[in-house]
Ligand binder design. Structure first.
Ligand code: DAT
Ligand code: MG
Length: 156
């Protein structure tokens, strides 16, 4: 089970609603390690690169407009199978479809204003992390409790 890194964004609605801490907490309490974190305003150019796979879809323009409308909290999280683990914590794309117990299922009712972004594959994680963070912004460190969160079997 590989240790992976994934890009997570608390979207503008999450920051505006004062839920950045709550969203981060959902991942942190699961055991995922924060290796990069910043508040930032996404430019049109960055939004275009980040959402390049969605160019041409009917919701693309609205999505870019929403994501650039107000600051986001960007972070890189690390852990065993972190990409899938974070997607499960987030819940289904539309809050209306997301299960209770997930971020989107517990904190939202909207389709597009769904609080959080998470990379959906190893390729997107690599691409998105490089778009949002310089390598010197990603820190390697050991937390005091790490031995009780991840063991050798998880790291293998
Ligand atoms: P996810 O954010 O779950 O990875 P996605 O990558 O398919 O979902 O889409 C990116 C965002 O675009 C999503 O969080 C909300 C919005 N979106 C996706 N499909 C949509 C649709 N059919 N109508 C409106 N917004 C949509
Ligand atoms: Mg996606």
């Amino acid at each position: 089970m590989a240790i992976e890194r994934t890009l997570i964004l608390v979207k503008p609605d999450g920051v505006q609603r004062g839920l950045a801490g709550e969203v981060i907490n959902r991942f942190e309490t699961r055991g995922l390690k924060i290796v990069g974190l910043k508040l930032m305003r996404i430019t049109e150019a960055l939004a275009g690169k980040h959402y390049a796979p969605h160019v041409g879809k009917p919701f693309y323009k609205g999505l870019v407009s929403f994501m650039t409308s107000s600051p986001v909290v960007a972070m890189v999280l690390e852990g065993p199978k972190a990409i899938d683990a974070c997607r499960k914590v987030m819940g289904k794309t539309f809050c209306t479809d997301a299960e209770p117990g997930t971020i989107r299922g517990d904190l939202g009712v909207s389709r597009g204003m769904n609080l959080v972004h998470g990379s959906d594959s190893a390729e997107s994680a690599k691409r998105e992390i490089e778009l949002f963070f310089n390598s010197n912004e990603l820190l390697e460190y050991t937390r005091a409790g790490d031995a009780w969160v991840v063991n050798d079997e998880d790291r293998a």
